[in-house]
Design a protein around this ligand. Structure first.
Ligand code: NAD
Ligand code: UD1
Length: 311
């Protein structure tokens, strides 16, 4: 049995990581300030040590890593538009907290530190799919903050020998993604609108594309990154390895929900990347990763969860 710290474990992706670790019989501590996460996301999981605190506080970070083998650092404010509105608050959560945790992890000599980075670091690239050796061109504070986190991880590996891995997630969706906030991921927002027969909003012409990735796939990629030999110091895409436009996504979800609503088109969102689609060769080679759940199956599961929640 190994001991894992999952930061942001009360959030959407974090709660799935915790669930998978507990199912394997690992010991799990969660540290979360409940800014976007909810303790209810963990109530169905036995034996989790939940600590409420802000990881940007060095005392919280030091306590968090004590006695831990692996750190899975998911705590962050994930919204791109939110980071444009309030870059300081987003920087606190996405950069200061990451640095504070790295310092603590180095002091405690943890075995490995895995960081949830983002496809947004690539910005608007000239060629798709994106590979990790392309030059990142962040176009929002959130993307820049994630890239800064990656660079800090690499520095701590080079300077101190702390084993670090950054996994770049691509538009993750699934049960427990909270549709309550306007900052939520688009699939959770579409699902809620369609179930309630309300018109969802599409920003721009809807022809922007995303490599939507079911949450179970990123949990698998992340846990592989904790132990894969040869991954230390690396950055790695984790996605489904395909892309779909917002218009096509909407049509698929409308058919699945048997809804008749039409979307409302509004202005494109500032800071929005036009297209996002990953080459996952490195994840395959380095982590032995292979996506197991594809878009349609993931959407069915997510819509079923949303229906249950709405009832
Ligand atoms: P989420 O908002 O559900 O989870 C983030 C968690 O971090 C929340 O529980 C929140 O309360 C906690 N948190 C925030 N600031 C904190 C702080 N200072 N100290 C302690 N806890 C703090 O978001 P999510 O979608 O589950 O994202 C998890 C991670 O994955 C984030 O790092 C995000 O940037 C990254 N990511 C997400 C996606 C996606 O599509 N959802 C894609 C790429 C990367
Ligand atoms: C998402 C994640 C971010 C992650 C990034 C890359 C969230 C909240 N954001 O950002 O953490 O790093 O993927 O993996 O999980 N849209 C609409 N209507 C809506 C909402 C969104 O048309 O109601 C459009 C957006 O303009 C965008 C696309 O849908 O073009 C996706 O938006 P969103 O789900 O917010 O994700 P990203 O900004 O791509």
């Amino acid at each position: 049995m190994a001991s894992y710290l999952v930061t942001g474990g009360a959030g959407f992706i974090g709660s799935h990581v915790v669930e998978a670790l507990v199912a394997r019989g690992e010991r799990v501590r969660v540290v979360d300030n409940l800014s976007t996460g909810r303790s209810e996301n963990l109530v169905h999981i036995d034996g989790v040590d939940l600590v409420i605190g802000d990881l940007a506080d060095p005392a919280v970070a030091n306590g968090a890593v004590e006695g831990v083998d692996y750190v899975v650092h998911l705590a962050a404010l994930p919204s791109v538009p939110g980071s444009i509105k309030d870059p300081l608050a987003w920087n606190h959560a996405n950069v200061t907290a990451t640095l504070s945790l790295l310092v603590a992890a180095q002091r405690c000599a943890v075995k490995r530190f895995v960081f949830a980075s983002s496809s947004s670091v690539y910005g608007n690239v000239a060629t798709l799919p994106v590979t990790e050796d392309m030059l990142p061109e962040p176009i929002s504070p959130y993307a820049l903050q994630k890239l800064t986190g990656e660079r800090y991880l690499r520095l701590f590996y080079d300077l101190h020998g702390l084993e670090t891995v950054s996994v770049r997630y691509f538009n993750v969706f699934g049960p427990r993604q909270d549709p309550a906030s306007a900052y939520s991921g688009v699939i959770s927002l579409f699902a809620r609108c369609l179930i309630e027969e309300r018109a969802p909003t599409i920003h721009g012409d809807g022809e922007q594309t995303r490599d939507f990735t079911y949450v179970g796939n990123v949990v698998d990629g992340t846990l592989r990154a904790c132990v894969a030999p040869g991954a230390a110091g690396q950055v790695c895409n984790v996605s489904c390895g395909g892309r779909v436009s917002l218009n096509a996504l909407f049509r698929t979800m409308r058919a699945m929900t048997e809804s008749r609503v039409e979307p409302e088109y509004t202005e494109p969102r500032v800071g929005d990347v036009r297209d996002s689609y990953a080459d996952i060769t490195r994840a395959r080679e380095l982590l032995g990763y292979e996506p197991a759940v594809f878009l349609e199956e993931g959407l069915e599961t997510t819509i079923a969860w949303c229906r249950l929640r709405a009832s």
